[in-house]
Design a binder for this molecule. Structure first.
Ligand SMILES: [Mg+2]
Ligand SMILES: [Zn+2]
Length: 200
């Protein structure tokens, strides 16, 4: 892999939202809030085993997270960086892309824009059409679709706008990983012939 951006080395990725997917969000009035202090940062129990399974399945794993509390001056960036370092330490992720801009800054990286996914695809030689975006909010799904990925919505029943037409809906990271690995298995099977699933 001397030249990972070569077309011959392009691999499928699973892009993962952070808050509410890999770590616990605080729910107030039905809406999710990112942890603001490292002391409150808690990885969800299924994150580690499910990411290991995806890694074994050959996927590049990239966290893509909006952290507007930094741009809004509510949270110090060093606090978010400590959380992200903990993710790198405990989970088999290949990269973390974070947008620290406020909602009002109009940057190209903040989801629902696909900037972080496109950057990672460039950096890591990722085949976006073979990749998936997993998230718990509409902006994750829109970013994944805009990048040309298939989208997996983890529905946590928040009291907020829902995503339009995600490719898959599930209720946990375990559910998301299972769907993605099943899709990958189908894609590999398709290469052997069009009717493999029906043959006995
Ligand atoms: Mg989230
Ligand atoms: Zn940004």
């Amino acid at each position: 892999m001397n030249n990972p951006t070569s077309q011959f080395a392009r691999r499928a990725a699973v892009f993962l939202d952070r808050d509410g997917v890999l770590c616990r969000s605080d729910i107030r009035d039905g809406k999710p809030y990112a942890p603001t202090r490292f002391e409150d940062f808690e990885l969800l129990a299924d994150a580690e085993p499910e990411l290991r399974a995806l890694k074994l399945g050959g996927f590049v794993l990239v966290v893509v997270t909006n952290q507007p509390d930094v741009g809004n001056g509510i949270v110090d960036r060093s606090e978010v960086d400590r959380m992200n370092a903990e993710i790198t330490r405990q989970l088999p992720v290949d990269a973390i892309k974070a947008c620290y801009h406020a909602q009002t800054e109009g940057c190209e990286c903040r989801k629902p824009k696909p900037g972080m996914l496109l950057d990672a695809a460039h950096d890591l030689g990722i085949d976006l059409a073979a990749s998936f975006m997993v998230g718990d909010r509409w902006s994750d799904i829109d970013a994944g679709r805009a990048a040309g990925c298939r989208t997996v919505f983890i529905d946590r029943d928040y009291a907020e706008r829902r995503p339009e037409a995600p490719d898959f809906i599930t209720y946990s990271m375990a559910g998301a990983a299972g769907l993605i690995l099943a899709q990958a298995a189908d894609a590999n099977g398709d290469m052997k012939g069009p009717h493999h699933a029906e043959r006995h």
